[in-house]
Ligand binder design. Sequence first.
Ligand code: NAD
Length: 456
Amino acid sequence: KMVIKRICCIGAGYVGGPTCSVMALKCPDIIITVVDKSKERIMQWNSEKLPIYEPGLDDVVKTCRGRNLFFSTDIETAIIEADLIFISVNTPAKSFGIGKGRAADLKYVEGAARMIAKVATGDKVVVEKSTVPVRAAESILKILRANNKPGVSYQILSNPEFLAEGTAIDDLINADRVLIGGEDTPEGQAAIEKLCWAANAFLAQRISSINSLSAVCEATGADVTEVAKAVGLDSRIGAKFLQASVGFGGSCFQKDILNLVYICECLNLPEVAAYWQQVIDMNEYQKSRFSGKVIEALFNTVTDKRIALLGFAFKKNTGDTRESPAIHVSKTLLDEGAKLHIYDPKVDHKQIMYDLTHACVTDDPEKVKNSVSIHDDPYSATSGTHAIVLCTEWDEFVSLDYEKIYDGMMKPAYIFDGRKILDHSQLLKIGFHVETIGKRLCRPLVNRIWGSPYQI
Ligand code: NAD
């Protein structure tokens, strides 16, 4: 029986980094080396400012780094020395060819497998952690076995990761479930694959369901929060993931559903494919509806208007911007000629500019650069603007001094709460025009110039 003394993890991303850090914390006798082909990423993991933000991560890394946790670009040595290797590389949707934009691109997984096959000298347990279709584990096995050298044998396992960004450390320490699949059970592999996609598809579906009802609430005058609360009290449904918002983002939901849709089409199940595609379509609709609301409220034109965007990450407690709704909202406003003033507590300035000058957002990056300024604090971002658009539910946005912010803004001052986290009646009292998701808000009879609220 093999004793695991050294672990190598290929891929130092949102999964590999936190997972190995917690593993190093919990297993001080095992030496864990996280490797990546990106020099910059590894340099950041070895620096004071880690490449990703997760509550609690800094402390775990500080405790373990240099003790039994190492970050390195020397992939070959780490593979040779390891008894067990995690493959934790990215599996984006394909950007070209058959299944473009939908099928999972497994080139990085394959690259990692080929690297292991090339350099391994002893017995290895290879654990697939990336979210991959069932055939991927088989292909890893095929690549490894086809390049077999004497004295080398492989055992392949699947251990898909279910952590959520923003709560990764807690999810890893108190996991709802840990799934390990062996190569000897193809049915087990198929079940694992379905489980990963099903979990993300169901979660995203709940968000799209409540978001679809938010449109109904706005049209009829009901409050979607009340609806969600009442619906969530039904123990068969439960209260989680029923928060209406500007839409879901993140690297996984859209990719995993598109992958599911693609596989359904390949399996000649067009009705099932259309059903899940609708979850994505509803999310697109929600983002467009929110951006449209901003433009409509600002007298149907935002050209040359200064708009503050609060929050750029796809959700709170992460600096990750992949598929963030803020990108969609920014693009719409920039296309309409707005000047954006962006603030996010954790996203790097460089990352924001990169996302907004990307080819899928603009064909004129110079114009975007001239229309976007990125701020280090929310007060400077909002100062002198016509409107605030809140895109991420960061806790700090709830307790900002909105009186002060209001005083520094152009009038009438607008606030669009895309996450439904602010105290709307308070904002209305201050004098803001407030718009949110799934609820119509009317302005009380207040006039700040003439006196206190409710006088007229
Ligand atoms: P990521 O893009 O943050 O990190 C992947 C890293 O792998 C990158 O730094 C990249 O440089 C590196 N890499 C790629 N090929 C390599 C190679 N051959 N050798 C060395 N390094 C290589 O991705 P992530 O968010 O950590 O996701 C990894 C996998 O986990 C994906 O399959 C994803 O679907 C799945 N997953 C992600 C989450 C999440 O919340 N992010 C949750 C559960 C599962």
